[in-house]
Design a protein around this ligand. Sequence first.
Ligand code: FRU
Length: 307
Amino acid sequence: MVARRFLRVALAVLFPVMAVCQPRQFTIGMSQCNLGEPWRVQMNADVRRAAEAHPELRVVFKDAQNDNLRQAAHIDEFVRSGVDLIIVSPKEAAPLTKPVADAFRKGIPVIVLDRRVLGQDFTCFIGADNRKIGRAAGKWVAHLLGGKGRVVELKGLMTSTPGQDRHSGFRDGIKGSVIEVIFEADMKWLEPNARKEMESALGRFDRIDAVYAHNDPGAHGAYLAARAAGREKGITFVGIDGLPQEGQMYVRQGILAASFEYPTGGKESIETALAILGGGKVPREITLPSRVFTKENIEKGGEALTD
Ligand code: FRU
C-alpha cells in the first residue's frame, strides 16, 4: 500500500520532469519536384542520411512528379499539418513562388534548395552557382576546341533558374572565341527529350564538334543519338551534375569528356534546418562549391572550380 502510494507520488513528480527533459521533436516537410532522375534520388538520400544522425528530426518526403500544381499542393499540406520547417526543391520558379511565400509568411521557415523561386519570401537558399558552372563549361569547351567550333546546346527547363543560369554562363564562357552555337533546344532536363533533339541536330548538321548539355542525363541522351547515327566519335560531350554513379562514370567510360559537379545540398539543408530550429540565424544564401571531372583528373577526384 505504502509502496504503491510512493510509486504514484514518484511518478507524479518525475513525469513532468521527464517530459521537460525529452528533447523536442521536429517535423521537416521535404517537397521534391520529381524523383525521375538519379540526381534527385541522391538529393533525397542525402537529406535522409543527414537527418538520421539527429533522432529529434523526422522528415516527411513528398514527390511532386514534375507537376507544379501538385508541388504547390504539397507545400500547402505541409503548412496545414503544422510542420516545423519546409525544405523545397521547386520545379519552376514562378508557379512555386506563392506557395513558398505563403508558408514563409505564416512563420514556417522555408529552405529553398537548388532551383530558386522569385522574390525574397523564404528563409534561406542553398545551391551551387550555376552561372559559374556554365561559364566554366564554356571556357572548357572553347579551350578544348582550340577556340573555334560548332556546338549544340541542350538546355535544361528554361523556366527553372539553373537552366537560365547554365545558359547565360556558358555564353559568357565562350565569349571571345569563334565557337558557334548552331543548334539549341530546351530538353527540360530529360534524357529522352535530349536524345530526340540531338537526332534533329544530327539530321540538320553534318559537322558538330561538341554538345553542351545542362545535365548529364541530357549529355548521355545526346551521346546515344550520335552513337545510333555512327557519329559519336567525332563529337565531344559535356554535362553537369557529376554524380559518382552517373556523370563521373560516363567520364570514366569515355562517354563524356567532362562533367561538372552540381552538389545536391541535401546534407547542408539539414545542417541549416538544425540551426534554424535551434533558434540560430542563418545566411540568406549558401553557395555550394563545384568540381569538374575529366579523364585526366577523375582518378584524383576531379578539380575544384575557381574564379
Ligand atoms: C534533376 C536536375 C539535375 C539538374 C538539376 C537542376 O531534376 O535536372 O540533373 O542538375 O535538376 O535543377
